[in-house]
Design a protein around this ligand. Structure first.
Ligand SMILES: C[S@@+](CC[C@H](N)C(=O)[O-])C[C@H]1O[C@@H](n2cnc3c(N)ncnc32)[C@H](O)[C@@H]1O
Length: 270
């Protein structure tokens, strides 16, 4: 097994007095790596907006389907997973390396608790590689430079931005991050994205007061966007079928899952 872990230069200290997104997300998907403050805020948000647990689970299931689809049907062997979250049952490297043991995965997150649990993300196959980078999505150049130690940027990469651009509050900045990262990867690379939406046809209106509560009581601050705004993150890319849809229904086969106000899509760089 080849693995690496980039040290936490300047990473934030673990703060158990304020709810953190990585830990509350872990709470909503039924994990144990969270504190009392995360459980309290998680319950309050779920009280206002019960579908949040469905969103968190649907997002993880989308991740599984998208990684399998790209590894099996498009031969992708490199994954850059930005905004990884806490390790859970099936992480990107486990899903990808089941299909292709030589797959390389670089994880990126800036939460100190994800860094503390990063060892569980670095348990790849002997033929593959995994790395963890403690970095902020607002600095894509630093992420790309450090990821180039593990990933070969002359070969296709699946860039995974699941539930992460919603923490970049400025629309232009969020678009710029997606554009910069996709500019660094070759033709045949993919952008895999999920993002919460305000669109009411998928139940997004209820998300707004819950996010206002979150922004007063937890960290980091979050925003939801319309489908049209999220579509701009795919500029210059070609969306694969079925396009930008509730992440729960994206290639869900014959299941008919509950629609959630979290869009998911996969696009290819032509
Ligand atoms: C909603 S969770 C999503 C986790 C995983 N991608 C998934 O879809 O299940 C968002 C993750 O983004 C991380 N995050 C938030 N802001 C970030 C930033 N500025 N830079 C890097 N990671 C960030 C959080 O720590 C958290 O682990």
């Amino acid at each position: 097994m080849t693995e690496g872990r980039t040290p936490a230069d300047g990473s934030a200290q673990l703060n158990t007095g304020v709810a953190h997104n990585a830990r509350v997300w872990n709470y909503w998907i039924g994990g144990k790596d969270n504190y009392a403050v995360d459980q309290q805020v998680g319950e309050q948000v779920a009280g206002m907006f019960p579908v949040i647990r469905d969103i968190a689970r649907a997002d993880r299931e989308f991740l599984g389907r998208a990684v399998r689809f790209l590894a099996e049907e498009h031969g992708v062997r490199q994954f850059l997973d930005i905004g990884t979250g806490l390790p859970t049952g099936d992480n990107t490297h486990e899903i990808a390396q089941r299909v292709a043991p030589d797959a390389r995965i670089v994880y990126v997150d800036n939460d100190p608790i994800v860094l503390a649990h990063a060892r569980a993300l670095l348990t790849g196959t002997p033929h593959g590689r995994t790395d963890y980078i403690d970095a902020d999505v607002h600095d894509p150049q630093a992420i790309l430079e450090r990821a180039s130690g593990t990933l070969d940027f002359t070969q296709p990469v699946a860039v995974m931005m699941l539930g992460i651009l919603n923490f970049v509050l400025d629309d232009d900045k969020a678009r710029d991050i997606a554009t910069r990262v996709m500019a660094a990867v070759p033709s045949g690379s993919f952008l895999v994205l999920t993002h919460p939406t305000t669109d009411d046809e998928v139940g997004g209106a209820g998300q707004v007061p819950a996010m206002e509560f979150w922004n007063k009581n937890a960290t980091p601050p979050i925003t939801a966007r319309t489908g049209a705004e999220i579509m701009t993150f795919f500029e210059g890319l070609e969306l694969l079928e079925p396009g930008l849809v509730s992440c729960s229904v994206w290639r869900a086969g014959s299941d008919s899952p509950v629609v959630v106000p979290q869009y998911g899509a996969v696009a290819v760089k032509p």
